[in-house]
Ligand binder design. Structure first.
Ligand code: ATP
Length: 634
């Protein structure tokens, strides 16, 4: 019973192994032309060991024949020519197959990276981008290129090479069987394959250990990058953290590497079995035909054929580079499959797609600002026990300017993400003109929303591109770009740039320039204004004045908010002077709306908003008095 169980579990182990291998083979010939050529060159390589054994044996037979006078000296010409031809053809075809493999692997890896990017962009929400399971699998699947180990491309071409190495070994075994003994051929083949299976098991174990520690590797890589790239480099230098970062990186890297080294040490300890089996195979391959030759039962030429064939047969026991490529590359292939099944975009037929978007834009009622309603919204970030919202209800009327205020961390930005469909609600719903914002409507809805996030993007593109990115279909509307820049207060700045609106906003580009924090914020505002000018009818501004100077902040409402035509505006700001002119102010607290009304109404009610406003106003008055006091003559 036990034996049957272990036999059936072996069978069930073999099935996924075969499925994986067939998958890799299919991948390797996905490009028919390159794949076909590769198969032909490998076919040749598979034939070389057997042909070499036969030619060598023939040469030795001719030479011994010539020594005893049975053959003429000129008889060596043919075997020698055959060996030379084999050598030259092998050299040429080996370099051809290496080039083809490189080409095929590169194309397959590029395809994998494209697919990972597509999968990352596909879901309407962005929750997956902060999911560590997604991050690990995306890193596993796209961890390819020079010096990297997980490459689906090299795994696929390695698998094809391996199939032909097996064929070559079978050819050598056939030569041994026909020249000397089928039993010796079978014995050598079995011993070599058992040896190979043992080594492969260890490789697989090593690849699994490496795969499991992906998040450790990502952490170590983060510290490698943080010291030299991005905004962190500035802070690290100023705080004198270079040494600390290097130590931290070394610690993380060593913790990761130690687990891999431990697995390698385990493997090394078990090398004895491999050596024993190899010794048995080599002994049998030399001893048995050697004894037969000594007894006169095997001619010298045949002895040489058997020894050369056995020698090439032994190669199959060794794990060539392709075994390494296959085991590690399979990790990437499997990671991509997991991503594909977890984040698959629902298959929509070519005919159905336009209908879906037609219906979506129909039901989204484009043309007039939407009425938004949030009903019983519950939202918790993945892995967080405390929901940010727990039954929030809120209506946003078409065309109104609604300000959201509340303490740090109360959920203002989160609410925007839910409203824009970037985060699906845990429970409850968002209604756009009475229709639920579901996955089918998100894309159409997004085409109506323009957002300036707190952490807006700074694209290393021209000023014009930075503005028009929010409505790229109108990127040639230079007048629209200039008007958006005027309203955001950066048109004068554009005039100072060497190439005006075509100046690249990046200091590391020739002729490029960088901007100050406030100037970048104005660019982000201009981007949102441009989008509204081209039809977006919900403008979301999350802390739009945080980096602006006093004068710009004072003009912000009049210049930007009041001029957005009929669009609805959602305004988030801790600067109550910025929000006071909104049509309605909503105070959020503990996941719910606690107060709402106009600035005047809230002040008259003696609300929490009123207390905060007076606190800010009092600080301002104090500052003025202080400044006045200093100026006053003694
Ligand atoms: N990606 C995330 N994963 C887990 N928790 C998050 C994430 N982003 C925000 N949070 C948490 O959700 C809560 C709401 O954050 P949010 O950024 O919406 O607050 P906010 O009101 O906009 O704050 P602020 O005024 O400081 O900008 C906070 O407690 C924050 O810690």
């Amino acid at each position: 019973m036990m034996q049957f169980h272990s036999f059936s579990s072996r069978i069930s182990d073999v099935r996924p192994l075969l499925t994986d291998r067939i998958k890799l083979l299919r991948l390797s010939v996905a490009d028919r032309r390159a794949g076909g050529l590769l198969v032909l060159t490998h076919l040749w390589s598979a034939a070389v060991p057997a042909l070499t054994a036969v030619a060598t044996g023939r040469l030795v037979a001719v030479l011994t024949g010539a020594a005893t006078g049975r053959e003429t000296a000129s008889a060596v010409v043919w075997p020698l020519t055959a060996m030379a031809a084999l050598l030259v053809a092998d050299e040429i075809l080996t370099s051809l197959s290496e080039t083809l493999e490189h080409y095929t692997a590169g194309r397959l890896d590029a395809r994998t990276r494209r697919q990972v990017r597509r999968l990352a962009m596909a879901p309407p929400s962005m929750a997956h981008l902060e999911d560590p399971v997604f991050a690990d699998d995306a890193a596993r699947a796209s961890d390819v290129g020079e010096g990297r180990v997980r490459s689906p491309g090299t795994a696929a071409v390695g698998q094809l090479r391996l199939v032909f190495r097996f064929l070559g070994a079978m050819g050598s075994a056939t030569v041994i069987a026909l020249t000397f003994s089928p039993w010796l051929a079978v014995l050598l083949l079995v011993v070599c394959l058992v040896n190979r299976a043992l080594i492969r098991r260890w490789w697989v174990h090593l690849a699994e250990v490496r795969d499991e520690r992906e998040s450790m590797r990502r952490r170590a890589e983060y510290w490698s990058e943080v010291a030299s790239t991005g905004p962190a480099a500035k802070e690290i230098r100023l705080f004198g953290l270079q040494e600390w970062v290097v130590q931290r990186r070394t610690r993380e890297l060593l913790a990761w590497a130690e687990t891999i080294w431990a697995a390698r040490r385990d493997i090394l300890r078990q090398q004895g079995w491999i050596s024993l089996l190899a010794a048995v195979a080599a002994g049998a391959a030399l001893l048995l035909p050697g004894l037969a030759a000594a007894r006169g039962n095997l001619p010298a030429g045949d002895l040489m054929t058997v020894i050369v064939a056995a020698w090439s047969l032994f190669h199959i026991a060794a794990m060539g580079r392709e075994a390494f490529d296959i085991e590690y590359g399979l990790g990437a292939v499997r990671a991509l499959e997991r991503l594909e099944s977890a984040y698959r975009v629902p298959a929509v037929s070519a005919r159905a797609e336009p209908r879906q978007s037609d219906e979506a834009s129909d039901t989204m009622g484009e043309g007039a600002p939407a009425a938004l309603r949030i009903e019983g919204l519950v939202f918790a970030y993945p892995g967080s026990r405390q929901p940010v919202f727990d039954g929030l209800d809120l209506s946003v009327h078409p065309g109104e300017v609604l300000a959201l205020v509340g303490q740090n961390g109360v959920g203002k930005t989160t609410l925007i993400k839910v409203l824009a469909g970037l985060r699906p609600p845990t429970a409850g719903q968002v209604l756009i003109d009475g229709k639920p914002l579901d996955a089918a409507r998100v894309a159409a809805w997004r085409r109506r929303v323009a957002v300036v996030f707190q952490d807006f993007n700074r694209y290393p593109l021209t000023l014009a591109d930075n503005i028009s990115l929010s409505a790229p279909e109108h990127r040639h509307d230079r007048e629209g770009i200039r008007e958006a820049a005027r309203r955001a207060g950066i048109d004068a700045l554009a005039g100072e740039f060497p190439d005006g609106y075509d100046t690249v906003l990046s200091a590391d580009r020739t002729g490029g320039t960088d901007l100050s924090g406030g100037q970048w914020q104005r660019v982000a505002i201009a981007r949102a204004v441009f989008a509204v000018e081209h039809g977006r009818d919900l403008l979301v501004l999350d802390e739009p004045t945080a980096h602006l100077d006093v004068e710009a902040e004072a003009h912000f409402f009049r210049q930007v908010v009041a001029k957005v035509g009929g669009a609805t505006v959602l305004l988030i700001s801790h600067r109550l002077s910025t929000v006071r002119q909104a049509d309605r102010i909503v105070m959020l607290h503990a996941g719910r709306v606690t107060e709402q009304g106009s600035h005047r109404e809230l002040l008259e009610n003696g609300s929490e908003y009123a207390r905060l406003f007076q606190l800010q106003a009092a600080r301002f008055t104090e500052t003025q008095q202080y400044a006045g006091g200093r100026k006053a003559p003694r």
